[in-house]
Write a protein that binds this ligand. Structure first.
Ligand code: CTP
Ligand code: MG
Length: 401
């Protein structure tokens, strides 16, 4: 099978392949970019596999970086674009379920494709668009199936992450997982607990953002995969799945905030969950700001909303995902629109001015006064007007004495 209209990313990379070929090596586009092209999806980057050994790649191209040379990957820089060229390889025993103990470079494309995870990921494409399909990946694509290349148990034992990848691809593509592959997944799911959390998280986040996330989460639940994922156990998957049946999150911060809004976790358990998943500080801050409001949106005050203003987009999205009433969402949007200030720096008075005018001296009282002023302005008790704020500060200080 030959693709006649190649996406530009491949055309740009063609000279790299032909240079390798002219030197007597084989070179192919492999992996996600070939899969996604066949599926009519847009691609981001192209990966190249070659029979040339890393040193041979380096001697052919002027500008290279050893990005993963021990695994056979060399990056070739070409007009500002980096292309990863990985030598055909086979991997031997994975004693830690994470990384092969060592890789062996080979000259055969088939050997290389044989050790890949799924048939749809084991396609190779020549520089001219000719697709090599040694494991019936195209047929599986047509049928909408995720099938391990060869023995599923072997593939999942080599790298347990592939079980997450199976679920992730099913969420992204809406594909079913083929029966033997599914069985291996059920049997070997406990190994998921042994792999690096960061790797699991990346796949799980891709799953959550997939257009068929709900279908994939249902599979994960049924096959008890959830039991081997980080964090305290979530009891509330069914409501999360229901939500995702109707709509999907636009980014993973929203996805996590949505999940945690649907759980009954208290503050401590929620933090534990995020810590166990090794989420970034930014995600944690956003989730911690949003979840209490989503739990009780009707009770949220103007000042509550003001305090989470930095996360307003995420908040509104999670409210909508969790099925908040339109009136509730409208009320919160309205509060946001009407806020007189968006941050303390918008106040028409500063600590420095209060000191210069002799109303206050540096110290804790000054901090308290500024907080009071901010609160009063936000909730509409006073106007954000310099003289009014100064008067308010004077009266507050007098009351304290
Ligand atoms: N655990 C893994 C990870 C990757 N691969 C192989 O390496 C390719 C590239 O891996 P990666 O970029 O991680 O995934 P993609 O399939 O390219 O998916 P994405 O588009 O999300 O990058 C895969 O297609 C697959 O052939 C594999 O066999 N086993
Ligand atoms: Mg990729």
């Amino acid at each position: 099978m030959k693709i006649t209209q190649l996406p530009q990313e491949f055309i740009d990379a063609q000279p790299i392949l032909t240079k390798l070929e002219d030197a007597g090596f084989e070179a192919y586009f492999v992996g996600g970019s070939v899969r996604d092209t066949m599926l009519g999806k847009t691609i981001h980057d192209v990966d190249i596999a070659s029979s040339a050994f890393p040193e041979e790649v380096k001697s052919l191209f002027h500008n290279t970086v050893d990005t993963g040379i021990q695994h056979g990957t060399v990056m070739v820089l070409d007009h500002g674009t980096g292309y990863e060229i990985t030598t055909f390889r086979v991997e031997s025993t994975y004693t830690d379920f994470r990384r092969p103990d060592h890789v062996t470079f080979v000259r055969s494309l088939e050997e290389d494709l044989k050790r890949r995870d799924f048939t749809i990921n084991a396609l190779a494409m020549r520089h001219d668009g000719e697709v090599l399909d040694l494991f019936d990946g195209l047929e599986d694509m047509k049928k909408g199936v995720i099938r391990a290349v060869g023995d599923a148990e072997k593939r999942f034992t080599e790298d347990a992450l592939r079980m997450m990848r199976a679920l992730r691809f099913s969420a992204q593509l809406g594909f079913n997982i083929e029966a033997d592959t599914q069985k291996a997944l059920v049997d070997l799911a406990p190994n998921l607990a042994k792999i690096a959390v960061e790797r699991v998280r990346v796949e799980f986040e891709k799953l959550l953002l997939g257009s068929q996330a709900s279908q994939s989460l249902e599979l994960a639940l049924r096959d008890q995969v959830m039991n081997y994922l980080p964090g305290p156990h979530i009891e509330d998957w069914s409501s999360i799945i229901d939500d995702l049946n109707k709509d999907q999150a636009t980014n993973y911060t929203v996805a996590w905030a949505h999940i945690l809004s649907r759980t009954q976790f208290d503050d401590k358990k929620r933090r534990q969950f995020m810590y166990d998943w090794k989420m970034s500080r930014n995600v944690m801050k956003t989730v911690n700001a949003i979840v209490p409001i989503v739990h009780n949106p009707k009770k949220s005050t103007v000042f509550d909303i003001y305090q989470v203003l930095a996360y307003q987009e995420e908040l509104l999205e999670v409210l909508s995902l969790t099925g908040s009433q339109p009136e509730t969402i409208q009320r919160i949007s309205h509060i946001i629109e009407m806020l007189p200030i968006t941050k303390a720096a918008d106040l028409n008075i500063s600590g420095g001015e209060l000191i210069r005018s002799g109303i206050l001296t540096p110290g804790p009282l000054l901090g308290r006064v500024l907080k009071k002023i901010e609160y009063a302005v936000v909730v509409g008790d006073i106007l954000n007007d310099h003289d009014a704020l100064e008067k308010f500060a004077k009266e507050y200080v007098n009351d304290q004495n």
